[in-house]
Ligand binder design. Structure first.
Ligand code: GRF
Length: 210
C-alpha cells in the first residue's frame, strides 16, 4: 500500500512531531511525514524537522491580522502544493475555522493532553491537579469544528501521583502522547477508522473495546 503523505502542523517544540517522524522511519509504517508547517517562525520544532531532512514551511498568522480564513487559505495552498493526504495537529496553537476543518473532514487529527471529554482547552494538567482526579492522560481525535470535541481514535491514561506538579504530570502524559499519536495515525492511514455520528469505530469496533 502506498504510504500516505502527512503534514504535521506545529507552533512550538514539536516533540509529538518527532514521535511521528520516528514512527515513519519504519518502511512498514503506512504514512510518511512529507511536510511540517509552523505558524511560529521561531518554533523549535522547525529546526528538528529540518535536521531530519523534512521540508518545512512557515505560515505566520500575524501576516494575516484578523483574516483567519486568509491564513488558512495559505495553509491549504501549501498542503495542496505538497500533495498532502492527512494532517496532524501537534501543539498547533491556532483555532481552525469550519471552512478549513471541512476541507480535511475525516483526515485531520489532533492530540490533546487530557482524557477527553474531560479538560478541553488549555492548562489541562493544572486543571486536572486542581480537580483532584486520580487519572489523567491524552487523547487523539479527529478534528470537528467544535474545539477538542471530535471522535476519539486513541486514548491512554496515566496515574496522578501524590506530590505531582504540573511539570511532573505533563512529562508523564507526554510519554503516552508519543505512543498513541503514531498508533492513531497508523490506524487512520490504514483506513481502519470509520466515523459513525460523533464516534469512531476502529476495525469496526468502538474505541476502547477489546
Ligand atoms: C502536547 O502536550 C500536545 O498534546 C498539546 O500541546 C503539546 C505539544 O507538545 N496539544 P509538542 O510541541 O508536541 O512537544
Amino acid at each position: 500500500m502506498a504510504r500516505k503523505r502527512v503534514a504535521v502542523l506545529i507552533s512550538g517544540r514539536g516533540s509529538n512531531m518527532v514521535a511521528l517522524m520516528e514512527a515513519a522511519k519504519d518502511p512498514g509504517y503506512p504514512a510518511e511525514i512529507a511536510l511540517v508547517i509552523s505558524n511560529e517562525p521561531a518554533a523549535d520544532g522547525l529546526k528538528r524537522a529540518t535536521a531530519a531532512g523534512i521540508p518545512t514551511v512557515v505560515v505566520d498568522h500575524r501576516r494575516f491580522g484578523k483574516d483567519r480564513e486568509g491564513f488558512e487559505r495559505a495553509l491549504q495552498h501549501e498542503l495542496e502544493a505538497h500533495k498532502i493526504e492527512l494532517v496532524c495537529l501537534a501543539g498547533f496553537m491556532r483555532i481552525l475555522t469550519p471552512w478549513f476543518v471541512k476541507q480535511w473532514d475525516g483526515r485531520l487529527l489532533n492530540i490533546h493532553p487530557a482524557l477527553l471529554p474531560a479538560f478541553k482547552g488549555l492548562n489541562t494538567h493544572a486543571r486536572a491537579l486542581a480537580a483532584g482526579v486520580k487519572e489523567h492522560g491524552a487523547s487523539v481525535h479527529l478534528v470537528v469544528p467544535e474545539m477538542d470535541s471530535g471522535p476519539i481514535i486513541a486514548q491512554a491514561a496515566v496515574p496522578v501521583r501524590d506530590g505531582d506538579t504540573e511539570a511532573t504530570l505533563a512529562a508523564r502524559v507526554l510519554e503516552v502522547e508519543h505512543k498513541i499519536y503514531p498508533q492513531a495515525l497508523r490506524l487512520l492511514a490504514e483506513g481502519r477508522v470509520q466515523m459513525v455520528g460523533d464516534r469512531c469505530l476502529v476495525d469496526g469496533r468502538p474505541v476502547g473495546s477489546a
